[in-house]
Write a protein that binds this ligand. Structure first.
Ligand SMILES: O=P(O)(O)OC[C@H](O)CO
Length: 207
């Protein structure tokens, strides 16, 4: 729903799309528990339902003119939480290494810090970069493909290499987008180039 930032955005809370987003968020703990207990087929069903509700609430928000600020926050938050939950659940079962969970969560903590820096200078969040969208999409595709192999072991020869390749590529792009956000944050708040300025001052005085 990032592209909606240019549309008229409302401040209502209890709209149909927002209720759908809240229900999607409420399903995150169910999704996590299902993974932890090894119910990968059921977890994938929850994920498919959540993804369909994501498409539906985006459509309804546009169709009913119910694009809201809350919706713009809830949607990406839900996407992130499903990715975190899948990775945490799989790591808890020893099926993915914990470092990949740390890499993904650390990137979002990094973005949170950038958000605080921007807010402290009076700026709102940066617009979503295309690379961030591609990275989230890759993670949202790669991690469920790994789960697909766990749900249907006969598919593993295909799902394991494909799922891992896409997940690792997604994690790389996720951080690459993070670096772009950091550069953009520095540009926005116009960090003074202290080293260069003081150097030219010193040279000036010396000459
Ligand atoms: O969608 P992401 O993960 O690239 O994050 C976007 C940032 O929150 C933009 O402010």
């Amino acid at each position: 729903m990032a592209g909606e930032s240019t549309r008229a955005v409302g401040s209502r809370v209890w709209t149909i799309p927002n209720v759908l987003s809240m229900l999607r968020l409420a399903l995150v703990p169910v999704f996590l528990v299902l993974i932890v207990v090894g119910g990968y087929v059921s977890a994938l069903v929850v994920l498919v339902v959540a993804s369909l509700s994501d498409l539906l609430d985006g459509y309804l928000a546009r169709r009913l003119g119910q694009v809201t600020r809350l919706g713009q926050l809830l949607d990406p938050a839900a996407d992130r939480l499903y990715i975190f939950a899948a990775l945490v659940g799989l790591a808890a079962n020893g099926l993915v290494p914990w470092w990949i969970v740390v890499v993904i969560v650390a990137r979002d903590v990094f973005l949170l810090v950038l958000g605080v820096v921007l807010a402290s200078h009076g700026y709102g969040p940066l617009p979503v970069h295309q690379l961030g969208k591609v990275a989230t999409f890759a993670l949202f595709f790669g991690v469920p493909v790994i789960m697909l192999g766990l749900a249907f072991p006969s598919a593993q020869p295909v799902t394991e290499p494909v799922g891992w390749a896409v997940t690792l590529w997604g994690a790389f792009l996720y951080w690459w987008a993070g670096v772009i956000y950091a550069i953009e944050t520095a540009r926005v708040i116009r960090i003074p180039r202290v080293a260069d300025d003081s150097r030219s001052d010193t040279l000036g005085e010396g000459g």
